[in-house]
Ligand binder design. Structure first.
Ligand SMILES: Cc1ncc(COP(=O)(O)O)c(C=O)c1O
Length: 592
């Protein structure tokens, strides 16, 4: 209702009744004024609600409640030879405050929710910067500091407070988010879907808290390194949107991935809308298809990598190519890593000077160096060696009179669970992070940059998502009768989510859903275990996830379900259709 018309109408009535029918007018007017009062009251209330909801922008709320992370006040001291690296996490605090970073406690992110470069400044102070002019000072004179964030101190918010806004969270990640505490356990949740007849084929369940926890840990251990999530690892929009809302940047390897990050995350998070293409996306594929590169350039993506002369010519030939910030990808010593890349990508450090010369002659801007020590890094020192090589390339560029380099991209390689990649004999994330911090100290120490700022970025993939996802598969056939072994045939296999068995050196371990549910209710029953082979649904003999030698399960029946942990990295994303099976497990649930 338009109130102004109504008010004018009332005034006209007052005037017309004033001289003629004063008494009658009074009683009519009394009713009308009550009506007018109620109208104005409801209009005002409506505006109040509207205004308050403006202050509750979903993105803001999500950041406040979910984006735990950066601000856990903490300080680190890492000694390396003659000097100490100090870095402080959370506000300006230098008091070493410890916070409880249990699953249950989330701390808000920076005030603006962004993972700003300035939040994590790496700077080295030489004697020069302290007022003397001796730039040839020894390393003991050279103090490296890694300072974190001047954002205000956070307050901490528990998950139970977060549950109250799970609708907001759902809106942000683009799908319904279930509260697992209402079901008791993930296994019980899965069973509830099956019993309700909602699910009859393999499906995925993703724990958003697990992603949050990893992000939190990253910010604690490596606050000076900006994570660019490797989208290829798991492009589930819910995960990508969650990470984007936490302020994470992205490593995209194709046009499709660039498109997802720029245009596929919804209005609030779209990197195109937020003008983050130039600073927060690295097109980290050294061998790019021309039309894809053109798409990236046209969409203002600036950072990309190269490892050969021909790629440089390709970049230089495209309009806008010379405005790109190029990272020279180096080969690494990846012999201890589970998945090795250096045969396919990278340039040996010894050949870097030649590539720099070519780039210079083409008028291209080489802004830094990138490397990947291999996925599932088995030797923490690989990062240190690679950082040392990166520094040599930095020095070389300066000796050629090129614009000083500013970016070091440490790639991926970090474990995301305690299975094979993070299992016995493999370095933990904390151990890798320690080596990286020491490597960065050495990098800065030798560089002796008094005022230059170096931006350290990385491309973690499996680290964020590996532990987040459980896959449930249905047993549709069985062989073995009453023998002391069994073969089980389930509805997802190596041509589906379990392609990681073939391509990612995975050894997935199943559990009978019924047992998992019973265990969470404390109803543990001792059962005889049988050596069990588990096969996928195609006719290919290779379509096998578990062998009799590796796996023991209780006797299973057709119609029962197996669940598989740690299936978030390099799984359903690489599924394909084969043998007439069209069911690629794209159905996934999210929970907190
Ligand atoms: C260029 C690049 N960056 C990052 C990653 C992610 O590696 P990870 O999952 O080991 O962290 C990969 C994996 O293939 C990659 O090729």
């Amino acid at each position: 209702m338009d109130c102004s018309f109504y008010v004018v109408e009332q005034l006209q009535m007052i005037v017309s009744y004033r001289f003629n029918k004063k008494c009658a007018a009074f009683s009519i007017l009394k009713n009308r004024f009550i009506l007018l009062f109620l109208t104005l009251f409801f209009t005002y209330s409506y505006f109040l609600v509207e205004t308050s909801s403006i202050n509750k922008q979903p993105e803001h709320i999500l950041r406040l409640l979910m984006a735990n992370v950066l601000q856990s006040p903490r300080s680190f001291k890492v000694s390396s030879n003659n000097f100490t690296l100090n870095y402080f996490v959370g506000g300006n605090s230098n008091d070493g405050n410890k916070v409880n970073c249990d699953d249950d406690i989330l701390s808000p992110y920076s005030s603006d929710g962004e993972c700003n470069q300035s939040d994590s400044i790496v700077s080295a102070h030489t004697d020069e910067s302290r007022g003397t002019s001796d730039t040839s000072s020894t390393s003991s004179d050279h103090e490296v500091e890694i300072l974190k964030s001047t954002s205000p101190e956070p307050s901490f918010i528990s998950l139970s407070e977060m549950y109250q806004i799970d609708l907001e969270l759902s809106r942000q990640v683009g799908k319904e988010v279930y509260n697992i505490s209402e079901y008791g356990s993930v296994a019980s949740f899965i069973q509830s879907r099956i019993e309700a007849g909602i699910e009859n084929g393999s499906f995925l369940i993703t724990n958003l808290n697990s992603v949050l926890k990893q992000f939190n840990q990253w910010k604690q251990e490596l606050p000076m390194v900006e994570p660019f999530y490797a989208v290829k690892c798991n492009p589930d929009p819910a995960i990508v949107r969650l990470l984007a809302s936490l302020g994470c940047s992205f490593d995209c390897a194709t046009m499709g991935e660039v498109d997802l990050v720029l245009h596929g995350l919804g209005n609030d998070l779209s990197f195109a809308n937020l003008n983050k293409a130039a600073t927060s996306v690295v097109y980290a594929n050294p061998a790019k298809m021309e039309h894809m590169l053109k798409y990236a350039i046209d969409n203002n993506v600036k950072m990309t990598v190269f490892d050969g002369e021909d790629e440089l010519h390709k970049i230089a030939s495209l309009p806008g190519g010379k405005n790109m910030q190029l990272l020279l990808r180096l080969t690494t010593d990846d012999k201890s890593s589970i998945c090795r890349f250096s045969k396919k990508f990278g340039c040996p450090v010894a050949e870097a000077p030649k590539l720099l010369e070519v780039a210079k002659s083409l008028g291209l801007h080489v802004a830094g160096v990138s490397f990947h020590v291999g996925s599932g890094c088995g030797d923490a020192n690989a990062y240190k060696t690679a950082l040392d090589h990166a520094r040599k390339v930095f020095d070389c560029a300066e000796s050629y009179g090129m614009t000083p380099m500013t970016i070091v991209d440490l790639g991926g390689g970090f474990p995301g669970d305690t299975g094979g990649y993070g299992g016995p004999g493999m370095p933990t994330f904390q151990q890798l992070a320690t080596a990286i911090r020491e490597g960065i100290v050495d990098f800065m120490k030798v560089e002796k940059r008094s005022s230059d700022k170096v931006r350290f970025i990385a491309e973690p993939g499996r680290y964020f998502v590996s532990a987040s996802t459980v896959i449930s598969t249905k047993i549709y056939s069985r062989k073995g009768g009453n023998n002391k072994y069994q073969a089980l045939y389930v509805d997802d296999g190596v041509y589906g989510s379990f392609n990681n068995v073939v391509y990612d050196h995975a050894n997935p371990i199943p559990m009978l859903l019924a047992d998992a549910v019973a265990a969470t209710k404390g109803e543990v029953e001792t059962k005889e275990l049988l050596p069990s082979a588990v096969f996928g649904p195609t006719c290919d003999g290779l379509d096998q996830m578990c062998s009799l030698e590796s796996t023991n399960l209780p006797r299973c029946e057709v119609g029962e379900w197996l669940i598989w942990d740690n299936m978030g990295a390099y799984t359903h994303t690489a599924s394909f259709v084969f043998n007439g099976y069209t069911h690629i497990p794209s159905k996934s649930y999210c929970f907190i």
